[in-house]
Ligand binder design. Structure first.
Ligand code: SAM
Length: 307
């Protein structure tokens, strides 16, 4: 076994053993400098872009967003998932729910390219009441996407800019908004607003914990440090925007907030004095939000219910 292999296996074990947050940062800083493909890292569990290749997870997440949006079906609709992560399963989900077309927009081509993964998902989705077409003769992800009338776009904000105005009826994301670089955050929301059809609906789940230890260790660092590219490109970046800042950006972009539901830490996971100065003055009520779901509309008035 080479030194690199030992390092990768060690990092795979990071998920199973209790490793301090700072050690995870060190490991990720190191590993992200090694020129291996995403597929190889994902195989060892060192870096993973979510869990959408797991059809049970993907189905549960999709159905949750549909139900939050009050949509029984996507019949005749066009939909967009921001940040599909490690698979193009959302294309199957959208087609199975009746969408005429779907867009999957990410910042890299992270989707699994083993077509048999998607072939095996079809019967599961059909059994769950999402009758997507058979993929038995699909040879590549391009075939899967064509069969599902889907486009997989991997240049983030630049990709969103290629989508026509008012063309999407339903937008959703799961654990993605917190990963958008802070300097692109508002522009991304503005693009999502532009592409959404009047009367369209968006459902987002946002995870505000650090992505190290389900805590707030990410708030220990000043923005001047945290936003440096070499740091932000190391696989643990979150933009650290708090719930109310995110909601403000959404309304500034033009969206109407229809509903917000938040979940909280039982108590603040870090003493305030450990946070960088810029976060120390945030009120407990706001700092204590661990994550939230938000439902947005374009155009129609909505009443914002929050809990
Ligand atoms: C934690 S993963 C979540 C993946 C998937 N939604 C899930 O629930 O398994 C975050 C995803 O957001 C993507 N992402 C980060 N910044 C983005 C951006 N500006 N636009 C689109 N996707 C982005 C990442 O590449 C990654 O695929």
């Amino acid at each position: 076994m080479t030194g690199l292999n030992i390092l990768i296996v060690w990092c795979a074990n990071l998920r199973r053993i209790k490793v301090p947050w700072w050690a995870k940062i060190c490991a990720k800083l190191l590993l992200s400098r090694i020129p291996f493909s995403y597929a190889l890292f994902a195989r060892f569990g060192a870096f993973r872009h979510g869990r959408m290749a797991d059809v049970g997870y993907a189905l549960a997440v999709f159905q949750d967003h549909l139900s939050r949006a009050g949509l029984g079906t996507l019949q005749g609709k066009v939909c967009l998932e921001l940040g599909p992560g490690d698979s193009i399963t959302s294309a199957l989900l959208a087609k199975g729910a009746g969408a005429t077309k779907s867009f999957l927009v990410d910042v890299g081509a992270y989707a699994c390219e083993q077509v048999e993964v998607y072939v095996s998902q079809v019967p599961v989705l059909v059994a769950a009441g999402l009758p997507c077409p058979s993929l038995d003769d699909a040879q590549s992800n391009a075939d899967v996407l064509a069969r599902m009338d889907a486009q997989y776009l991997v240049h983030g904000l630049a990709s969103l800019k290629t989508i026509p105005d008012n063309s999407i009826d339903f937008i959703w994301s799961q654990a993605v908004l917190e990963h958008i670089r802070v300097h692109e955050f508002f522009d991304t929301l503005a693009e999502l607003y532009r592409v959404m059809e009047v009367g369209g609906i968006a459902s987002h789940r946002v995870d505000l914990q650090d992505h190290l230890d389900h805590s707030l260790h990410n708030l220990r660092f000043s923005s001047a440090f945290w936003e440096r590219d070499w740091w932000a490109d190391s696989g643990f970046y979150t933009n650290r925007l708090r719930r109310n800042e995110i909601l403000r950006c959404m309304t500034d972009a033009g969206f109407t907030i229809v509903a917000v539901s938040s979940d909280r830490f039982s108590r603040l996971p870090l003493p305030r004095h450990k946070l960088a100065a810029e976060f120390r003055t945030i009120e407990d009520e706001e700092l204590g939000v661990r994550g939230f779901n938000v439902l947005l509309m374009k155009g129609r008035g909505g009443s914002w219910s929050s809990h």
